[in-house]
Design a protein around this ligand. Structure first.
Ligand SMILES: [Zn+2]
Length: 170
């Protein structure tokens, strides 16, 4: 059995693309790949273990993260800059299938216990996450990451909303 956990919106984008066309599917893949990078940045800057809640849209996306302290205005800039720095490095996004045993160093909280083969999506050396969603092939295809807003939902949970500005598409 193969299973890959990621986020609900991305998982449904394959069938959705038949209805909504390739451009929108690509936009969703860009947003979703940006979310992987955001999660990696949140882990690096704030020790956030994982994305707690996620809503994917082609215009705006929101993510919740556990953080050790309330975030202030400087943090918003730091997050945005860190994600855009990773996009600019143009990391390759790759998919591999590995055994559960080989994946035990990864965060498998969404993978069912009986899954034997796990689909892992890697972004350069920045992130490796079990995921079944659609992604773009290189991070520069994401365009520019724009943090729209962030708010503390509790003393330790921040909700981030972001969008993309595609500088690379004419
Ligand atoms: Zn993914």
């Amino acid at each position: 059995m193969e299973f890959a956990a990621c986020e609900d919106g991305a998982g449904s984008s394959e069938s959705a693309s038949l209805l909504i066309g390739e451009n929108r599917a690509t936009d969703l893949a860009r947003m979703h790949t940006a979310e992987h990078l955001l999660t990696a940045v949140m882990r690096r800057l704030y020790d956030s273990p994982r994305n707690l809640e996620f809503h994917l849209g082609d215009k705006k996306t929101k993510c919740d993260y556990d953080v050790a302290r309330p975030l202030g205005p400087d943090d918003g800039r730091a997050i945005e800059d860190a994600v855009n720095a990773e996009i600019a490095r143009d990391h390759r996004v790759s998919v591999m299938h590995i055994t559960r045993r080989d994946a035990r160093h990864l965060d498998l909280w969404k993978v069912p216990p009986d899954a034997e083969t796990i689909r892992v999506v890697s972004i350069g050396n920045v992130d490796a996450t079990p995921c079944s969603g659609d992604h773009i092939a290189h991070t520069r295809e994401i365009g520019r990451f724009m943090l729209r807003s962030f708010e503390m939902r509790s003393p330790t949970i921040v909700r981030i909303r972001f969008g993309l500005d595609n500088l690379d598409t004419p």
